[in-house]
Ligand binder design. Structure first.
Ligand SMILES: C[S@@+](CC[C@H](N)C(=O)[O-])C[C@H]1O[C@@H](n2cnc3c(N)ncnc32)[C@H](O)[C@@H]1O
Length: 335
């Protein structure tokens, strides 16, 4: 029974990872990084070239971006296609060095797709060798493997632009990278939910909220998604315009943290020099020349608050007059 439940749970997790990024989303973000790509090899390592819009975007913009090479790899080739009957567990690889970009769809590229020896997992030896060759990784990886995915990019010291869930901000593996300015948020998806395409066999009730069908395609509204990157962009160093001034009533001190509560990023006081607790969406506005991120609430990980927490309270969420607040980042103005 336990085994059955485990199988069900992993099938659900696998289905939850199966949603595809629309070309418009890719274009809206990528346009801010055009200067980064000249002479570079790009790797999309969670992308089936037969359906990935990351692949399409880079083929179509290959010349304009001045790319050297595009490598796309895909995990487990389980769709019936030219090579298999759908039972194959090998991954696929496609290398594009420029040329005919008039039709980057499958019929054009079928003879250039090669089966991989292994399953094409981004962390397999074969795919790590391709990662080594690449300069920049751009993809929407499986959310269930986001931590491992980022750890691998860090290990190989790669530039990246990837999509993840905003909750990743406080993962214990990710938050230290944000704090140390090794990873930050992109530009175009901030503070919002987005439509992604889902495969034909995606289990969803036809009238479910956040689901729609259009032109024979199926779409799901995915909550709290973000671009995460370590590439500079024009918004990163723009200081937030602050207009509020501090007063103790509007910005109460927490019962159990040495900091004041500021429940809206737009209302961060411009004249407070101490530590402030702010919603995690602060990272969308984070300018490292204006603020330092000191820590996060202990609800996200033990020791995350860097000593701001009063452990004797035994409550890890920040409290104001006994009322629990949602997870917070702690920041301090740089004078
Ligand atoms: C969120 S979807 C995005 C797909 C594609 N990158 C896009 O944006 O359209 C994540 C994809 O990663 C694939 N995947 C799951 N585990 C993987 C692994 N270990 N290595 C590489 N890809 C994986 C899933 O099959 C899924 O297609």
């Amino acid at each position: 029974m336990a085994r059955k439940n485990n199988n069900l749970a992993s099938a659900k997790r696998a289905q939850a990872d199966e949603f595809y990024t629309r070309l418009e989303e890719i274009d809206s973000e990528l346009r801010h990084y055009r200067t980064h790509f000249s002479g570079k090899t790009v790797l999309c390592n969670c992308d089936d070239p037969r359906r990935s819009n990351f692949y399409r975007y880079f083929v179509r913009n290959f010349r304009e971006l001045g790319l050297k090479r595009l490598i796309t790899t895909c995990y487990r080739n389980t769709e019936p296609n030219l090579f298999t009957n759908g039972s194959d567990t090998h991954g696929l690889k496609l290398v594009y060095d420029g040329g005919d970009d008039s039709n980057p769809d499958f019929d054009q590229i079928a003879d250039t797709v090669q089966p991989l020896r292994g399953d094409g997992s981004f962390d397999s030896a074969e795919c790590r060798a391709l990662l080594e060759e690449a300069d920049i990784v751009v993809t929407n990886p499986p959310f269930s493997r986001f931590r491992d995915f980022v750890a691998l990019l860090m290990k190989y010291k790669k530039k990246f632009l990837i999509i993840g869930n905003q909750n990743a901000i406080t993962y214990k593996e990710i938050f230290p990278l944000i704090k140390e300015n090794k990873l930050w948020s992109g530009i175009s998806m901030n503070g919002s939910n987005r439509w992604f395409e889902v495969p034909e066999d995606y289990e969803v009730r036809p009238n479910a909220a956040g689901y729609k069908e259009k032109d024979g395609h199926r779409f799901l509204f995915v909550n709290g998604v973000r671009w995460f990157t370590n590439m500079e962009h024009s918004k990163r160093n723009l200081p937030l315009d602050l207009y509020r001034t501090y007063n103790a009533e509007a910005y109460p001190h927490y019962d159990n943290y040495d900091a004041i509560e500021c429940s809206k990023v737009a209302e961060i006081p411009m004249d407070y020099d101490g530590i402030m607790g702010v919603p995690i969406t602060f990272i969308d506005k984070y300018c490292p020349e204006q603020f330092e991120i000191v820590g996060a609430s202990e609800s996200e990980g033990k020791g995350f608050s860097m000593g701001l927490w009063h452990e004797a309270s035994r409550v890890s969420q920040p409290l104001v007059n006994g009322q629990k607040k949602y997870k917070r980042l702690f920041i301090r103005r740089i004078k």
